[in-house]
Design a protein around this ligand. Structure first.
Ligand SMILES: Cc1cc2nc3c(=O)[nH]c(=O)nc-3n(C[C@H](O)[C@H](O)[C@H](O)COP(=O)(O)O)c2cc1C
Length: 225
């Protein structure tokens, strides 16, 4: 038997993984980044094949990992974690530095960063695991601890979307017919809460083609809470 509650008890950090160059760079939020060996220092980043960043890492052969701190801005996570960079310049307005390979490194809400050169790609089905040899690292803030995925879920009321390896598919109804007594409805794809008391239009009156402002999920993906 597989009890998905066991997965929820695993612990992860939260990172912005970037790739590209000064002309075109992009990044995504990841909680599946970890060190795989010490000598040589190697990092693995598990990236969904549909992520735009995956194509850029594949092409350029390098990526950076920016380690988010425990008070990371929600807007930064929303920008990198719930929309594709295919049609949006996610690096616009961000504090960005460029590594020796030319890879962009995001500095907003970050305590340290790592620059890697891809030495191996492992096809794991839906995702590619990019194994990178560490070229350069820097600690830019030693006052704050790193954000964990569990803290992120608790503090921000969000969950990892479908492209994350840790996404948990919550069953959604054909249509949200059940009314919430609290006036609050939660997106099952990203965790965003629509609170009638803070909005002009009650959730019940939103048109059926309305979509989640954070991740673009359908109205029927919301559940009363
Ligand atoms: C908390 C969180 C964790 C995530 N973890 C991963 C991950 O480990 N791997 C992955 O491929 N996508 C992960 N995602 C999803 C991507 O960040 C998301 O699909 C992003 O929009 C992809 O951007 P891109 O298409 O511009 O590359 C995560 C998102 C969030 C919010």
């Amino acid at each position: 038997m597989i009890d998905i509650e066991a997965f929820k008890r695993m612990s992860y950090g939260l990172y912005i993984v970037c790739s590209g160059n000064q002309d075109k760079g992009n990044g995504y939020i990841s909680n599946s980044v970890f060190q795989v060996t010490a000598k040589p220092a190697q990092i693995a980043a598990c990236c969904h094949k549909d992520n735009y960043t995956s194509k850029i890492i594949d092409k350029t052969g390098s990526y950076s990992v920016s380690i988010l701190h425990n008070e990371a801005e929600t807007s930064v996570i929303d920008k990198f974690g719930y929309q594709s960079g295919e049609n949006v310049d996610k690096l616009q307005g961000m504090r960005v530095e460029y590594g020796g390979t030319g890879v962009p490194i995001v500095l907003n809400s970050v305590i340290a960063w790592i620059e890697c050169k891809v030495v191996k790609k492992v096809d794991v089905g839906t995702h590619i695991m990019f194994i990178g040899e560490v070229l350069q690292t820097e600690v830019i803030n030693d006052q704050k601890p790193a954000m964990t995925y569990n803290e992120f879920k608790e503090k921000k009321n969000r969950v990892a979307p479908p492209n994350a390896p840790t996404h948990i598919d919550e069953p959604s109804e054909e249509e949200t017919t059940e009314k919430s007594s609290s006036g609050k409805y939660q997106c099952t794809q990203c965790g965003f809460i629509y609170d009638n008391s803070e909005e002009d239009t009650p959730f019940e009156d939103l048109p059926e083609d309305w979509t989640c402002p954070v991740c673009g999920a359908k109205k029927s993906d919301f559940k009363p809470i």
